[in-house]
Write a protein that binds this ligand. Structure first.
Ligand code: CU
Length: 159
């Protein structure tokens, strides 16, 4: 585990210490222990360069599983959660394009990424599992070149 991951984990722990209600069990909307797990499903708006839904919600410290189904027939897409807003997403988009198709447009340096699925062909499904970051608004995007600039993005709100 590298230093960034350590500081990430300790900031999650600190967030939990200050938000016992969020992390201490109860209040999870999908049940389960330890604050509950969130199982979120997302797809695309058919062949359009849009996620559906474009807004997701979870609770800080919660275990989150995002299952992304590429709802198009021909286009490739992925789902990538940025550690920040559109400015961070834009950096990931550039780095993803530079990484290229062989990497599924996912950069090797994941410093700006909370979690991501692999690049999916039409009709395929993959999931991303992660601990919800501290409260805030996080942009998710598709890093297939041209898709994020065309509006293939959305927001995960962490309460
Ligand atoms: Cu896409």
């Amino acid at each position: 585990m590298n230093l960034k991951a350590r500081s990430w984990l300790s900031s999650v722990a600190i967030a939990c210490a200050f938000a016992l209600a969020a992390c201490g069990g109860g209040g999870g909307d999908t049940g389960g222990g330890g604050g509950g797990a969130a199982n979120l499903n997302i797809s695309t708006a058919g062949e359009q360069l849009q996620f559906a839904p474009a807004a997701l919600t979870a609770t800080a410290g919660q275990q989150v599983k995002v299952t992304f189904k590429n709802g198009s027939t021909a286009l490739q897409h992925n789902w990538v959660l940025a550690k920040g807003g559109d400015d961070v997403a834009s950096k990931i988009d550039e780095a993803g394009a530079a990484a290229g198709a062989s990497k599924g447009y996912i950069p090797d340096d994941k410093a700006n990424i909370v979690s991501n699925t692999k690049l999916l062909n039409g009709g395929e499904t993959d999931s991303a599992t992660f601990t919800a970051p501290p409260a805030g608004t996080y942009t998710f995007l598709c890093t297939f070149p041209g898709h994020f600039p065309a509006g293939m993005k959305g927001t995960l709100t962490i309460k």
